[in-house]
Design a protein around this ligand. Structure first.
Ligand code: ZN
Length: 186
């Protein structure tokens, strides 16, 4: 499957106009390369270059997705996909809070993700605050499924591995750091 993609620094998307209220930030829990249409934009590695890949049409989430059955949309964040974009950094396969595994987050990948978020937030007028731009981990915290069990989510509650047990404050701290980095790119 071929999706539109750009080196992150050259990304000049022709974004459709419409209502977007929220942006949710994820990691894929796979390798650095494989991208997924559950998100609208994926930050991936192609050879050594960081790419932005548009894996889902933004317009399909510019509606109350739970009102109409059968119409496709990007299902990135449980119960929160209406008027919402999902963006994701590829990586973190087999990661644990104290060991990020063979495809760990890097500063360069996280910066690319924040650059994508900043551009989308500016275009759609989404405020850069914890009610409008949050990680999947923060959404999971609010909705009762934060954690490392298979049916739980902790992306992106840590930017670096740490031997301390994972706690809800990790999600809030990582969310604040990501929003600060997004502001720097806006
Ligand atoms: Zn997620």
């Amino acid at each position: 499957m071929h999706y539109p993609s750009w080196p992150v620094a050259e990304w000049q998307p022709d974004l459709p106009k419409g209502r977007i209220d929220n942006i949710y930030i994820h990691w894929s829990a796979h390798d650095y390369h494989e991208v997924f249409p559950a998100y609208h934009f994926c930050v991936a590695l192609d050879a050594e270059q960081i790419m932005v890949v548009n894996t889902h049409d933004v317009r399909e989430n510019m509606r109350s997705v739970y009102d109409s059955h059968g119409e496709p949309y990007a299902a990135h964040t449980r119960k929160r996909n209406s008027f919402a974009l999902g963006i994701s950094v590829m990586g973190m396969q087999d990661s644990k809070p104290d060991d990020f595994g063979p495809y760990p987050l890097t500063d360069e990948l996280v910066d690319a993700l924040c650059r994508v978020a900043a551009r989308l937030a500016a275009y759609y007028g989404v405020p850069i605050d914890a009610d409008h731009i949050m990680t999947h981990a923060e959404a999971a915290l609010r909705d009762g499924y934060f954690g490392t069990q298979p049916e739980q989510r902790w992306d992106i509650a840590r930017l670096k591995p740490d031997p301390r047990p994972l706690v809800p404050q990790d999600a809030l701290d990582a969310g604040e750091e990501l929003r600060a980095r997004i502001r720097r790119f806006s």
